[in-house]
Design a protein around this ligand. Structure first.
Ligand code: SF4
Ligand code: MSK
Length: 657
């Protein structure tokens, strides 16, 4: 098909309606000129299935698929007699199960790598943060005094392996959970065993004719999600820090202007830091740099995307080209010589776009092949074979570039890399590193509360806009925002990752930011790194003054543009941990059902958090602020806010809440 024919079939988008990212919009213009389709175009031409969106259908056996009617959810049951609550709970549970499996499989890969590094079977990586190794080991009861690092590391491996394979008993990081939160979990039987067991049981229970009580399904849903947040994801974060270094603040650029016309551009996109770390070695290899120069390039330019990009941005300050909804757009520049992908959030559509612009696209992980895409398998025992080969291919493509290149001239500088450990140090100083100043500032009302704004981008809503408007609204109301994943990149592109962005904050938060010299929005890394937020919440409880459980804290969470099953698992582990969590875009439940009532109200009554839903960012902010204020009232610290200088708009919001 020639370009002219394709152009006629392509929907022409109003770019301002679909994204606020100027670079992505510019590339969508170019895509349409070039006759190349993207996920934005497909979303515009394909309406979401309304029955699926409401989660009112079941295809768990071949007596169905059974479709219930969302207007009258109790008017019908499935062929087997399954009610709307059973069907919705099972569908939701399977999303949690899949999301938790993704995170825990990633975490287990990190742990496998760690074991082989400690064993001396892998030589390309080493333990970069022995201090963190000791701290984590100590926390879960491993003796560290006077012992060799290697011995501590092997004990840590054996202990953390239980996170995945343990048949009975509580996972190791249950020791980090505040006592009252853990007591609630024990009371309701949701303290996770090993993730494999929890995911297996959840899949079993959602099979046709097994668990047909939405409340009982939700219980296992919570247990599985907690096995992700406090298990698989947390291990992935901690082991990545131990192997590759714990992030500390670093200045870095984001956006497509990070690509360089005169250099060989290589993008790594996915979720596993080991591929990216080895690629960092490859692009710094003098013989490969020389090869690039021999091909006429000024050098090799390594850029990240999506979550492995966010992780490398936080850990090493590697520039980042954009989030999930920009992964096709970046190829449209024509400047990307190679893109290497590993696992999760890799659109199959990348293959077609890469082909159109002659970009060499490579899959690298045995779990993720794409039909028609060349696979160069990445092995941790000889990682450079894969990454060097990608670089060599990129150099060849650079030499043979034939299409015009258009790189949006947009770059946004910011400070990234705020690990939990650094926040501790930043607030408390070297000699008294602690969350005490954060708690004090929450108690005295300078900081109203803390919000985690995380998650994906989604073409069903205006790309980046919901994230940015929500976060601006929150900081304006003195709420400190912590972020991970693609959301972090949305805000970095909007310029909120600079200390100067403090002028957008309310007076109390601004004062704290200016005193400490920090931005009002702190980026913690990839979506797996949401576990850093859980650890921060535990620390806030431990320091005291803000209640006894995570559910008592004046905190809230949001994933305003979510799209993946991982996001549902993350949302549910925050809810089960005690956090009010608001999702945007759509929510896969019919509102007038008992299952909806359980998730949106009932769970809070038994000491958990609860779910919330809103599409509009300002409504989302209002809900989160109202919840934070409710918690402040319960803690008896609501009066403290009166001492803070507030403008009229803030006062009106307080009254409305
Ligand atoms: Fe229909 Fe029941 Fe089979 Fe689901 S499990 S498809 S509701 S018959
Ligand atoms: S990559 S899960 S789109 S945050 Fe983690 Fe981004 Fe969501 Fe994927």
């Amino acid at each position: 098909m020639d370009n002219e024919t394709k152009k006629k079939e392509l929907i022409i988008l109003n770019k301002k309606d679909v994204t606020i990212c100027a670079a992505t919009a510019q590339m969508l213009e170019k895509a349409e000129r070039d006759g190349v389709e993207t996920a934005f175009h497909r979303a515009a031409s394909m309406k979401a299935c309304p029955i699926g969106a409401d989660s009112a259908c079941c295809k768990n056996c071949s007596m169905g698929p059974c479709r219930l009617v969302s207007k009258d959810p109790y008017g019908k049951v499935g062929v087997c007699g399954a009610t709307i609550d059973t069907i919705q709970a099972r569908n939701f549970a399977r999303m949690v199960s899949s999301g938790a499996a993704a995170h825990t499989d990633h975490g287990m890969s990190m742990l496998d790598l760690f074991r082989d590094v400690v064993n001396g079977e892998i030589a390309d990586y080493s333990i970069k943060d022995p201090i963190k190794l000791e701290a984590v080991a100590k926390e879960i009861g491993i003796e560290v005094e006077g012992r060799e690092i290697k011995d501590i590391a092997m004990d840590l491996y054996k202990e953390l392996e239980r996170t995945y394979i343990q048949v009975n008993g509580e996972i190791p990081f249950a020791k980090r959970v505040p006592a009252k939160t853990l007591e609630t979990w024990r009371k309701h039987g949701v303290v996770p065993r090993g993730a494999m067991r929890e995911i297996m049981e959840l899949m079993h229970r959602t099979h046709m004719g097994v668990d047909q009580d939405y409340q009982n399904i939700t219980k296992q849903c919570s247990r599985t999600a907690l096995a992700d947040g406090w298990g698989g994801s947390m291990v992935a974060t901690e082991i990545s820090d131990i192997l590759f270094g714990t992030p500390t603040p670093v200045k870095a650029d984001v956006n497509m202007g990070c690509l360089k016309e005169n250099e060989v551009n290589i993008i790594i996109h996915g979720h596993e830091p080991n591929l990216f770390e080895s690629m960092l070695d490859s692009v710094n290899d003098s013989s490969l740099i020389q090869a690039a120069k021999d091909a006429g390039a000024e050098g090799i330019n390594l850029v990240g995307m999506c979550c492995s990009g966010a992780e490398m941005l936080s850990r090493h300050g590697i520039p980042h080209a954009g989030n999930f909804m920009s992964t096709e757009a970046v190829l449209i520049t024509g400047a990307v010589d190679a893109m290497g992908v590993d696992v999760q959030c890799i659109k199959q559509g990348l293959a077609r776009v890469a082909e159109c612009y002659g970009t060499k696209l490579f899959t690298t992980n045995p779990r993720c092949h794409i039909e028609g895409v060349e696979h160069i398998e990445f092995h941790e025992h000889s990682p450079r074979e894969c990454t060097d080969s990608i670089v060599e291919n990129a150099i060849v493509r650079f030499k043979n570039r034939s299409l015009p290149i258009e790189i949006p001239k947009i770059k946004n500088a910011g400070i990234h890399g705020f690990s939990h450990e650094y926040v501790n140090y930043m607030l408390g100083g070297t000699f008294r590193s602690s969350y005490t100043p954060l708690n004090d500032n929450i108690i005295n009302g300078r900081i109203r509360g803390v919000a985690g704004v995380v998650g994906c981008t989604n073409p069903r809503v205006r790309h980046d806009w919901v994230h940015v408007e929500l976060v601006k609204e929150l900081i304006k109301n003195d709420i400190l925002v912590v972020q991970t994943g693609c959301s972090q990149i949305s805000l970095a592109k909007a310029g909120l990752y600079t200390p100067e962005a403090a002028h957008l904050a309310g007076p109390g938060l601004r004062e704290v930011c200016e005193t400490v010299g920090m931005p009002p929005v702190l980026g913690l890394g990839s979506c797996v790194d949401n576990s850093r937020i859980l650890i921060a919440c535990s620390e806030m409880v431990r320091i005291g003054g803000l209640g006894e459980s995570i559910a008592d804290l004046p905190v809230a969470g949001a994933a305003p543009e979510w799209m993946s099953e991982k996001a549902i698992s993350i949302g549910h582990y925050f809810v089960a941990s005690g956090v009010f969590t608001v999702f945007g875009v759509t929510f896969p439940i019919i509102e007038e059902t008992k299952f909806h009532q359980l998730l949106f109200e009932g769970l809070e009554d038994i000491g958990f958090g609860k779910w919330g839903f809103a599409v509009d960012p300002y409504e989302m902010a209002r809900m989160m602020i109202a919840h934070i204020d409710k918690k402040r009232r319960a803690l008896g610290i609501d009066k403290a806010r009166e001492r803070v200088l507030m403008d009229m708009a803030d006062r009106q919001k307080l009254e409305a809440a």
